[in-house]
Design a protein around this ligand. Structure first.
Ligand SMILES: NC(=O)c1ccc[n+]([C@@H]2O[C@H](COP(=O)([O-])OP(=O)(O)OC[C@H]3O[C@@H](n4cnc5c(N)ncnc54)[C@H](OP(=O)(O)O)[C@@H]3O)[C@@H](O)[C@H]2O)c1
Length: 266
C-alpha cells in the first residue's frame, strides 16, 4: 500500500471508525474523518459532518479536494443499529435508520466518485453486517438497511469498474463498541416483551464479547492491497460467519431452527 493515501472515513467520533482513522493515520496516511462530533486525535482531521445532510457531505468532500488531495479510499462506516419488533417500528424510526445506513452512505459515494473517475482509480468499502444476510429477530430493519446497501454495492460495481474503481461490502460480525447504546430503540409492546428482553440481552452480550475494532483495521489494511475485490467480504467470529453459507446450504426449516436456538427463541 502506498504510504501517502488519502482516506475518508465516516463515523470517526467513536467505535470502529475512530480506531480505523487512528490506525491508518499512524501508518502515515492522510485521513479525514466525517462525523457530527469531533474526537480529538493527532492522527486524523475531523470535518464535522452529518452525513445525512447532502450539503454538508458535498462541503466536506470539497474541503478534502481543496486541500489538494486525491481521494484514494472511502470507508463508509457511519451507521447505527435499531432494535424492536417489526410490528412496533414507526415510520420515523425506519426512515431515520435508512436515511443514515443507506442514503448517507450513497451520498458519500456520489460525492467522491467524480474525483475517483477523474483520477481513474479508487476504492470504496461499505461497512455492512453479517446480519444483512439474514433477517435477525428484533433487528429486522437493521438487517434490511444493510442488505439494501449491499444491493447498491453490487450494482455500483458494474457502473464504476470502467474507471478502475473498486467497491465492496465488508460484513462485520459483532465488534466491541458502543453500538448498543447508540441504537434506535422502538417501544416494545406487551406481546413481545418477554422474547424481546431475552434477545436484547443476548445481542448486547454478543457485542460485549465481540471482536476488537483494531482487528477490523488490520483486516482492511490487507484488503486494500488486493488488486481485485469480490463484492462481499466477511469478518468476525467463526460462529457468526458460518451463518452465511449455512443459510444457502441447509433446508430452510433446519436453518430457522438453528437461528431460533442461537437467539434463544425456542
Ligand atoms: N459494532 C458492531 O458489532 C457492528 C457489527 C456489524 C456492523 N457494524 C457497523 O459498523 C459501523 C460502525 O459501528 P460502531 O459499532 O463503530 O458504532 P458506534 O460506536 O455507534 O459509532 C457510530 C459512528 O457513526 C457516526 N454517526 C452516526 N450518525 C451519523 C451521522 N448522521 N453523520 C455522521 N456520522 C454519524 C457516529 O458519530 P457522531 O454521533 O459523532 O455523528 C459514530 O462515530 C456501523 O455502520 C455499524 O452498523 C457494527
Amino acid at each position: 500500500m502506498k504510504s501517502n493515501k488519502t482516506i475518508i472515513i465516516t463515523g470517526t467520533s467513536g467505535g470502529i471508525g475512530f480506531v480505523l482513522a487512528e490506525y491508518f493515520g499512524k501508518k502515515g496516511h492522510k485521513v479525514y474523518g466525517l462525523s457530527r462530533k469531533t474526537a480529538e486525535s493527532p492522527y486524523f482531521i475531523t470535518i464535522p459532518t452529518d452525513i445525512t445532510d447532502n450539503n454538508q457531505v458535498q462541503a466536506a468532500i470539497t474541503k478534502v479536494l481543496n486541500d489538494g488531495q486525491n481521494i484514494d479510499l472511502l470507508i463508509n462506516n457511519a451507521g447505527m443499529g435499531m432494535v424492536g419488533a417489526v410490528e412496533d417500528s414507526t415510520k420515523d424510526d425506519i426512515w431515520k435508520l435508512f436515511n443514515l445506513n443507506l442514503v448517507g452512505a450513497v451520498q458519500l459515494m456520489s460525492a467522491v466518485l467524480p474525483a475517483m473517475r477523474a483520477q481513474k482509480n479508487g476504492q470504496i468499502i461499505n461497512i455492512s453486517s453479517i446480519g444483512s444476510e439474514m433477517g435477525l429477530p428484533f433487528r429486522g430493519f437493521y438487517s434490511a438497511s444493510k442488505s439494501a446497501l449491499d444491493k447498491v454495492t453490487e450494482a455500483i460495481r458494474y457502473e464504476v469498474s470502467p474507471w478502475n474503481i473498486h467497491v465492496c461490502s465488508l460484513h462485520l460480525g459483532d465488534i466491541k463498541t458502543k453500538i448498543a447504546e447508540n441504537r434506535v430503540k422502538t417501544s416494545v409492546s406487551d406481546p413481545y416483551k418477554i422474547t424481546f428482553s431475552k434477545v436484547h440481552d443476548l445481542m448486547n452480550s454478543h457485542v460485549d464479547d465481540g471482536t476488537e475494532p483494531l482487528d477490523v483495521a488490520v483486516y482492511i489494511e490487507k484488503l486494500i492491497l488486493k488488486d481485485h475485490w469480490k463484492a462481499h467480504y466477511y469478518f468476525g467470529k467463526f460462529g457468526q460467519k458460518i451463518g452465511v453459507p449455512l443459510k444457502w446450504i441447509l433446508p430452510q426449516r433446519l436453518y430457522e431452527k438453528l437461528m431460533k436456538k442461537y437467539n434463544k427463541l425456542d
